[in-house]
Design a protein around this ligand. Structure first.
Ligand code: TRP
Ligand code: SF4
Length: 330
């Protein structure tokens, strides 16, 4: 651990099978970081409950699916601690103790809170748990004394909030308990959805990481291209075509040549899609095969999470001793 650059914690809500947006927006970065840092990767099932509390029946299955996706994309439980939030009850205790010192106004002004209250329809989010979401996240991070947190841009205010909480606790109890974690912004490759909007479950336009390779051509065939192109000789606009955006991610040779050929009316969309299917097949087949392999052992995920719990809990317990002592509980 000593030769590592620091301690990282990150988490994902188990909302089902992951899609390519998750892979290129987060997971790919995690895989790189696990060699450089002591990493804790947490399946935040309590956070999933803040929105899924009325129909929690899928959460357990989603935990398993998500861990399988992580592993098949290269997260290595020998390098990183892979665990489930609700297995380490210390997170809940830290959340509670931190709630004593957290001004309500700090939570209310976090931009994601206001936005999501308005955006997420059909669910009552005027709950205590939803308001406290960022504080539970802060507890996830601080309990491991993480020095850095890799997240997407939308999560940056939560890490800023975490630093404020760390500072406040350290100052109030005159003891340097928590480091102030830095934000590592995920290197983000823009993956449009199959309909050229942002890839998102709520738009129903996602491609799952674990898609069987033989289904790729059909899914690609259905994707929307430049609607202005009718004949092959029509000059196209690759910048509005999701096939081209995918070429930029998957085409290992020269995605630029696709752009030139499209603009010059030298390549037809059918051919262009066939080429893309080939590249995607090459990229996704090993991930699929690895997942098939992992699925052969139905105990695997439970075993990994149990080992992860042990390692995570050891660290979390030590931190809680310090916090309890600082806050007059022991
Ligand atoms: N809020 C994060 C998200 O929606 C998930 C999360 C929970 C998290 N706890 C975390 C991310 C701690 C980073 C660190 O993506
Ligand atoms: Fe899109 Fe390719 Fe058709 Fe151009 S040729 S519009 S990049 S599918």
């Amino acid at each position: 651990m000593s030769e590592k650059k620091g301690i990282i914690l990150s988490g994902m809500r188990p909302t089902g099978k992951l899609h390519l947006g998750n892979l290129f927006g987060a997971l790919e970065n995690w895989v790189k970081l696990q060699d450089e840092y002591q990493c804790f990767f947490c399946v935040v099932d309590w956070h999933a409950l803040t929105t899924a509390y009325e129909e929690p029946s899928d959460v357990k299955e989603n935990v398993k699916e998500m861990v399988l996706d992580w592993l098949s994309c290269g997260i290595d439980p020998e390098k990183a601690v892979v665990f489930r939030q609700s297995d380490v009850k210390e997170h809940a205790e830290l959340h509670l103790l931190l709630s004593m010192v957290t001004p309500l106004s700090w939570l209310e002004r976090i931009p994601t809170y206001k936005e999501q209250l308005q955006q997420i329809e059909g669910r009552n989010l005027a709950t205590y748990g939803f308001l406290g979401y960022p504080l539970l996240q802060a507890a996830d991070i601080l309990i491991y004394k993480a020095t850095a947190v890799p997240v997407g841009e939308d999560q940056a205010p939560h890490i800023e909030f975490t630093r404020e909480i760390a500072r406040r606790v350290n100052y109030m109890y005159n003891k340097k308990i928590f480091p102030e974690p830095a934000t590592i912004l995920n290197e983000y490759k823009l993956v449009p959805g199959l309909d050229n909007r942002k890839m998102s479950k709520s738009y129903n336009n996602v491609l799952e990481i674990s898609i069987p390779p033989q289904e790729i051509p059909e899914r690609v065939r259905m994707m929307i291209t430049d609607p202005g192109r009718i004949r092959k000789s029509d000059p196209g606009n690759p910048e509005i075509c999701s096939i081209y955006a995918f070429h930029r991610i998957f085409n290992q040779l020269e995605p630029e040549s696709i752009e030139t050929a499209c603009r010059g009316g030298e390549i037809g969309c059918v051919e262009c899609k066939k080429m893309l299917s080939g590249w995607m097949h090459k990229f996704l087949e090993p991930i699929f095969n690895k997942r098939q392999e992992l699925e052969k052992n139905p105990q695997l995920v439970a075993e990994i999470l149990e080992k992860g719990r042990e390692k995570a809990q050891e660290v979390a317990r030590n931190t809680m001793q310090e916090v309890r002592s600082a806050m007059g509980m022991v």
